[in-house]
Design a protein around this ligand. Structure first.
Ligand code: B12
Length: 210
């Protein structure tokens, strides 16, 4: 796998990244491979930010470019997606947390595998999750968390699902940098991961697809 795209993202070359992604996707390259290349670039950006080599503004610009990549790739996921949905997933980053790069990756990979994803976005109120679960009756609910202050909202959402009698009808997953098996227990979730692909494999196993 070439590193050119990843490095163009690290160098914040917006037009080059988006142009290359569009070109590769249109000529039929595997959209999952393109996404993976860009994800590696984003990991390097995160490391540089952590090391103090990148400022917040640079990090935000990289995040914006990455979102543009996901937007370009989403329509091309049809090529790798089975025709009938394997199941439904409601995804959200809960109140107090605005990080969404990881959630967007999970959403894209789940869609590519054939799941119908209802992405509620970021800073989502627990009651909004419950309303969506009532409306679409998903097999899976997934919370993404990058900031510890969102744990309280995740727990509240989980408790609201129990109170509404919806919790037994779906599997609850948590993922994102600050989640651990202890967080999973605290929230009362069924599954926790720091890897989007592991989350997708879990969903596939549960619906008997793998
Ligand atoms: C990028 C980033 C930002 C970007 C976010 C852009 C965006 N649109 O998301 C910006 C610059 C806006 C930002 C803002 C802030 N950030 Co910030 N940010 C980061 C950073 C550098 C990287 C996070 C990231 O995107 N990682 C890459 C993604 C792909 O990884 P991931 O989310 O873990 O996802 C993977 C898996 O976990 C999994 N996954 C994720 N979700 C889910 C869900 C399910 C269901 C499943 C199955 C799997 C799954 O799939 C993904 C791919 O494998 C981290 C530090 C770090 N290195 O982690 C800090 C960090 C998360 N931020 C932090 C903080 C404090 C903030 C701010 C408060 C401001 C600040 N002082 O920096 C604000 C947040 C305001 C708020 N209320 O949320 C702290 C959180 C500390 C804590 N423990 O609570 C961190 C850890 C930095 C630090 N060490 O202080 N941030």
């Amino acid at each position: 796998m070439s590193d050119e795209l990843a490095m163009a993202l690290v160098e914040l070359k917006r037009d080059e990244v988006l142009g290359t992604v569009k070109e590769k996707a249109e000529r039929g390259d595997d959209p999952l491979k393109i996404l993976e290349e860009c994800r590696r670039g984003m990991t390097i950006v995160g490391d540089r930010f952590q090391a103090g080599e990148f400022y917040l503004a640079e990090m935000m610009l990289a995040a914006e470019i990455f979102k543009g990549v996901v937007e370009i790739l989403n329509p091309h996921m049809d090529k790798v997606r089975p025709p009938k949905p394997l199941g439904k997933v409601v995804l959200a980053t809960l109140k107090g947390d605005i990080h969404d790069l990881g959630k967007d990756i999970v959403a894209t990979l789940l869609r590519a595998q054939g799941f119908e994803v209802h992405d509620l976005g970021v800073d989502v109120l627990p009651a909004v999750v419950v309303d969506k679960v009532k409306e679409v009756n998903p097999e899976f609910v997934g919370f993404s968390a990058l900031i510890t202050s969102a744990f309280a909202s995740m727990k509240e959402a989980s408790e609201l699902l129990v109170e509404s009698g919806l919790r037994d009808k779906c599997k609850l997953m948590v993922g994102g940098g600050v989640t651990t098996p202890t967080v999973k227990e605290h929230i009362g979730a069924d599954f926790q991961t720091l890897d989007a692909m592991e989350g997708v494999s879990y969903c596939l196993e549960q619906v008997g697809g793998k």
